[in-house]
Ligand binder design. Structure first.
Ligand SMILES: [Zn+2]
Length: 242
């Protein structure tokens, strides 16, 4: 993150309710993510324009070049950096609009990851780059769960499952909440958990995610596991086919 990015971030945070605190908080988090930023900068040129799906209160994207978005107003509340709010599966932009798309810790929450990835592919230009950061089950509260198979995702997509789908609830309850993991999610009801996509519905590893991306005709360019500055995660870089 260079000085002009910091300045842009400060200008953005100035409108917040506690701008100095928000700015310092973002700065601290940003400085911790040098490896992730370096990964992005290997593929993002100075004139590239992109979008982030699910930014929350911090981002590793070059903010002057990125439309920061979230699926919910409530995601990071007053600290959210999102400039636009829409579902990850319904982006209000034309086809082939962006040079890159970044998403950190979103895909595992969605009922139909194939639907989302098809939408992300739609808004990427041919040759555009997808950056996916996902939690690795071995290093998160998903450690007792099986990795989701591609066949399952294909079936979810064929059935057009939505947030009300509760097929993963029992597993989440038994293998995450029931083991005392993810305690911050204990307070939410089943309905809230599903409606707001708080649940991790599906579990990915770099290998399973590569299969999914290949199924959608993305070309995987690079894989990082673990991400040195976000150790619970792995990252994949893939290109939309031409
Ligand atoms: Zn499913």
């Amino acid at each position: 993150m260079d000085f002009t990015d910091w300045l842009a971030l400060y200008r953005f945070q100035r409108k917040r309710h506690n701008p100095a605190r928000s700015f310092l908080r973002s700065l601290r988090k940003d400085l911790r993510r040098v490896h992730s930023r370096a990964l992005l900068s290997r593929y993002i040129g100075p004139d590239a324009k992109g979008i982030e799906i699910g930014c929350g209160e911090t981002t590793i994207a070059p903010i002057r070049q990125t439309l920061l978005s979230d699926g919910y107003e409530s995601h990071a509340g007053a600290l959210s950096l999102a400039k636009a709010v829409f579902p990850a599966e319904a982006i209000p932009n034309r086809d082939s609009n962006f040079d890159f798309l970044l998403s950190e810790h979103v895909l595992e929450h969605l009922p139909d990851p194939i639907r989302a990835l098809k939408e992300w592919k739609r808004v990427l230009k041919p040759g555009g780059v997808l950056f996916l950061f996902l939690p690795h089950p071995e290093r998160t509260f998903d450690r007792a769960r099986p990795v989701t198979r591609l066949e399952h995702l294909i079936e979810d997509h064929a059935r057009q499952v939505g947030p009300e789908e509760d097929a993963h609830w029992e597993e989440w309850k038994g293998k995450v909440l029931g083991l005392g993991l993810a305690s911050h999610y204990q307070k939410f009801s089943k309905q809230e958990t599903l409606k707001n996509n708080l649940i991790h519905r599906h579990v990915f590893t770099p290998e399973s995610c590569k299969k999914l991306l290949a199924h959608l005709e993305f070309e995987v360019l690079e894989s990082m596991d673990p991400v040195p500055d976000r150790e619970d995660s792995f990252a994949l870089v893939a290109r939309r086919s031409l």
